[in-house]
Design a protein around this ligand. Structure first.
Ligand code: RUB
Length: 335
C-alpha cells in the first residue's frame, strides 16, 4: 500500500457497521468502540510513511463519524484520540494512537464510576426510579446506590420502537432490583409511584437542553406536571461543543421498518382509498412513517445533570462546557 489511497482496516468498517446497525449502541458504548477501532486501525495500518499512516487514521475516523449523527460522544472520542497522535515515524505514531485510545477508554470507565457515585447521592433508600431507554450512565447511579446498601425499585419504560428498556430491565434484574415494565404510553399513570425520572443523554447542548432517546421530552414534561424530579446522568463526553457557537444537534431519523414492517404497512393500505393509492411497499400510498430516534428536552424540565465533574442545574452546564472544550471545535478527521 503506497501513499495514494488511505486504507481503512476491515475491523474499523465492521465497528462502523455495528454502530450503524445499533449492535453497538448507547452514547458511551459508541465512544468506547470508536476509540478501540482507531487503535485497531493503528495496529493494522499497512502505511509505510507517517503521512500515509495519518491519512489512514483520518479515513478511519471519517468512516466511524458518519455512522450516527446524534451521539456527540462519537466525534468527541475521535477528536480526543486524533489530537494525541504524535511522532515522527510510523512506529511512534502507531504507539501514540494505541496509548491515546487506551487512556480515553480508561477515562470513560472511570468517569462512569465517578458519575455513578455522585448520582447515587440523589437516590434514597427505598426510592423508585422511572427509566427510559438504556443508559449506562443512568444505570451507574443505580449501581452505586445499591453498593451503598440502598434498596431501589424501578419502573422501566419499554422504549419503542427498539425496546431498549428490555436491556435496562435485564441489567436491573441482574442486580436484584424489582422491575415493573410498562409501555411508553403508560408513563404518566405510573409517575405518581416514582421518586425520580432517571435518564441518560446522547448529547447535551450549551443551553442545557438534553438530547436523548425519543420520548424523553414528553416524559420530562409530564414528570414536571406530576412534581417528579428529572435527573439526567451524562458524562462530560456527552457535552456538545458545537452548540457553544449556536449549532443545533442533528436528530437522527431511522428506517421506517423499525416502526412498521412491510406486512403491517400492507395491512393498513386500503385498496378502497379514494386517492387509489394502494401500491407496493415503499411506493406512494398516502401513509408516511416518521422515526426520529431522539428528541430535545428543554432545560426547564430537567432538575439536574449529573456528570463525573459534579451535578449541575442544566442552565449552568455551559460553564463546564467552556472549561472543557473552549469555543472551538475542529474536525481533525477532515481530508
Ligand atoms: C441510546 C440513548 C441513551 C444515551 C445514553 O440510544 O438514548 O439514553 O445514548 O446512553 P440508542 P449511555 O439506543 O439509539 O443508541 O449512558 O449508555 O451513554
Amino acid at each position: 500500500m503506497g501513499d495514494a489511497e488511505p486504507e481503512v482496516v476491515p475491523a474499523v468498517e465492521s465497528t462502523a457497521d455495528a454502530i450503524a446497525a445499533m449492535e453497538i449502541r448507547g452514547a458511551a458504548t459508541i465512544a468506547d468502540a470508536a476509540a478501540a477501532a482507531l487503535a485497531t486501525q493503528a495496529e493494522g495500518s499497512p502505511a509505510e510513511t507517517p503521512a500515509a499512516f495519518r491519512r489512514g487514521l483520518r479515513a478511519a475516523a471519517r468512516t466511524l463519524y458518519e455512522t450516527r449523527p446524534t451521539a456527540v460522544s462519537l466525534p468527541n472520542a475521535l477528536r480526543y484520540v486524533l489530537r494525541g497522535v504524535d511522532g515522527d515515524t510510523v512506529t511512534e505514531l502507531r504507539a501514540s494512537t494505541i496509548d491515546r485510545a487506551a487512556s480515553f477508554r480508561r477515562d470513560l470507565e472511570h468517569a462512569r464510576e465517578t458519575l455513578g457515585g455522585i448520582g447515587a447521592n440523589r437516590l434514597r433508600d427505598g426510592d423508585v426510579v422511572l427509566t427510559h431507554c438504556h443508559s449506562t450512565d443512568a444505570l451507574a447511579c443505580v449501581e452505586a446506590a445499591l453498593e451503598d446498601g440502598k434498596a431501589l425499585e424501578a419502573i422501566v419504560k419499554e422504549t419503542r420502537p427498539r425496546k431498549q428498556g428490555h436491556i435496562t430491565a435485564a441489567q436491573l434484574r441482574e442486580w436484584g432490583v424489582p422491575v415493573t415494565l410498562i409501555v411508553d404510553g403508560a408513563a404518566r399513570r405510573y409517575l405518581d409511584a416514582a421518586d425520580h425520572v432517571l435518564v441518560g443523554a446522547d448529547s447535551i447542548a450549551a443551553d442545557g437542553s438534553v438530547i436523548n432517546k425519543i420520548g424523553t421530552s414528553g416524559l420530562a414534561v409530564v414528570a414536571r406536571e406530576r412534581g417528579v424530579p428529572v435527573m439526567v446522568a451524562a458524562q462530560t463526553i456527552k457535552l456538545h461543543p458545537d452548540t457553544l457557537t449556536g449549532h443545533t444537534v442533528a436528530i437522527e431519523t431511522r428506517d421506517e421498518r423499525e416502526v412498521l414492517s412491510d406486512e403491517e404497512r400492507a395491512s393498513i393500505r386500503s385498496s378502497d382509498a379514494p386517492d387509489g393509492s394502494a401500491g407496493e411497499p415503499g411506493s406512494e400510498d398516502g401513509l408516511t412513517v416518521e422515526n426520529p430516534a431522539f428528541d430535545v428536552t428543554p432545560p426547564r424540565y430537567v432538575d439536574a445533570i449529573v456528570t463525573e465533574r459534579g451535578q449541575f442545574p442544566p442552565e449552568s452546564i455551559v460553564t463546564l462546557m467552556r472549561e472543557l472544550f473552549g469555543d472551538t471545535t475542529d474536525e481533525p478527521w477532515a481530508e
